[in-house]
Design a protein around this ligand. Structure first.
Ligand code: HEM
Length: 429
């Protein structure tokens, strides 16, 4: 294979540098890495030590599957490097391997299955209708603030039995934590001297303390009672390994749900709205043939790739494409790159609502950490676009999307749009 100097330069793009994500995903760099350097060492500024980038779909699946060599537990889930104490106190199911991980996951797995969620469909549809009616009445609005940010967190609030009026607070906590590299979102920026005092908190964010306190209050109200919300289940069930959740386990589980169930779905909905505005023919097709939507949701997820990466840490030396990975090295799985792998998806940079995109890795792929909320997210996205397509006749962007400054979350902070359509007619489904 001929390696051009241009391709090599692209493959050397520093993926730890947030500037390289400012205008959107560094697709050229990902493409060059997949072609020329599928297991590539990315140096990082001190105090970090650098990481291996894995960018091909098949390799991401293989690394994700080999959990003995590539652990979720011996290092953090993203690029931050933690000492043993920090790892211990910040550990959620995402940073747990083996039997304990299985037991923690099983605690809520059935509650988040498609079958258990089906009864919420009417509630979700009603919520979508209210959200869209309010936005459409304004005609010109920020799609994030008025549509996509509100919806996933209200659904989660309902599942967790959190009062509706606290949804705004949950959104703000999520923004402050996940946006910890974005000056507009974070109150304490990751890596700033001030963040040192929060080093034992998830995302090094003081917002985590507020989330813990809020979770404690919900737990106090529900312990020993027979509520069927997720918080009641967390505090009253014992994991299958017989080891009850410690206070810390509960904190980190609760916080993981608040964060994971919020941002990712929101960004998928915003990216999809933008894609449908940029591709009016797809908008028209789905409006005419809404039965295509369940399959199109998989393309929405592939297209959006709202989580750029998760990380594993090598527990032993390993060879990937001739590169020597050493024990303790950080190994980064770039889901977003896997979602543009041309050996899996034909013409991967084309938004194609009729393609079979089920091989996408937006929720992870191959390993036991596959997103626990994937059925919930799919249902939310499907219902949101069923309702949008049923009532929006025209949609235009009034400006570009403002992106979250991050190489972890592919997020949109605001997206001004103009939409016209009908308010909800009562429908029987
Ligand atoms: C479009 C929306 C979503 C995307 C793209 C997404 C993506 C992901 C990814 C990439 C992972 C890690 C996979 C791995 O490391 O192998 C993950 C894990 C997880 N997600 Fe999601 N997620 C979404 C929505 C949700 C929702 C709605 C919830 C909550 C109800 C949720 C809860 C979780 C949890 C608890 C984990 C940890 C699973 C484990 O460690 O076993 N996610 N998600």
């Amino acid at each position: 294979m001929n390696v051009t100097p241009l391709a090599l330069a692209a493959a050397d793009t520093d993926l730890s540098d947030l500037d390289n994500f400012a205008a959107g995903p560094p697709w050229t760099a990902f493409g060059a890495l997949r072609r020329e350097a599928p297991c590539h060492w990315n140096p990082e500024p001190a105090p970090n030590h650098g990481f291996w980038s894995i960018t091909r779909h098949a390799d991401i699946v293989a690394v994700s599957r080999d959990e003995e060599t590539f652990s979720s537990e011996v290092g953090a889930a993203n690029l931050e490097e933690l000492d043993a104490d920090q790892l211990e106190v910040r550990k959620s199911m995402l940073e747990t391997d083996g039997a304990r991980h299985f037991a923690l996951r099983r605690l809520l797995q059935r509650d988040l299955s498609a079958r258990a969620l089906a009864p919420y469909e009417t509630f979700l549809r009603g919520l979508t209708a209210t959200t869209l009616d309010a936005a459409l009445a304004d005609r010109e609005f920020d799609f994030v603030a008025q549509v996509s940010a509100d919806f996933p967190i209200r659904v989660l609030a309902r599942l967790m039995g959190v009062p509706d009026e606290h949804a705004g607070q949950l959104i703000s906590w999520g923004n402050r934590m996940v946006g910890n590299t974005d000056p507009d979102e974070a109150d304490v920026l990751l890596g700033s001297p001030e963040s040192e005092q929060y080093r034992n908190l998830p995302f090094r964010s003081p917002a985590a303390l507020e989330v813990f306190a809020y979770g404690d209050e919900l737990a106090r109200q529900r312990r020993g009672k027979d509520g069927d919300d997720l918080v009641s289940k967390l505090v009253n069930r014992v994991p299958g390994d017989g080891v009850p959740l410690s206070e810390r386990d509960f904190h980190n589980y609760f916080l993981l749900l608040v964060v994971a169930g919020n941002e990712t779905t929101r960004h998928t909905i915003t990216h999809t709205m933008k894609a449908l505005i940029d591709h009016p023919e797809s908008f028209a097709l789905l409006k005419e043939r809404p039965e295509l939507l369940p399959r199109a949701v998989e393309e929405f997820l592939r297209w959006a790739s709202p989580v750029y990466h998760f990380r594993r840490t090598a527990t032993r030396d390993a060879d990937v494409h001739g590169q020597q990975i050493r024990t303790g090295d950080k190994v980064v799985l770039w889901w977003a790159s896997g979602n543009r792998d041309e050996t899996v998806f034909d013409d991967p940079y084309r938004f194609d609502v009729q393609r079979d995109a089920r091989e996408h890795m937006a929720f992870g792929k191959g390993g036991s950490h596959l997103c626990l909320g994937n059925q919930l997210a799919r249902m939310e996205i499907r219902i949101m676009f069923e309702e949008i397509l049923a009532r929006v006749d025209s949609a235009d962007a009034l400006g570009g999307p403002a992106r979250v400054r991050s190489n972890f979350i592919h997020g949109i902070k605001s997206f001004p749009v103009r939409m016209s359509g009908r308010a909800a007619a009562p429908r029987s489904r």
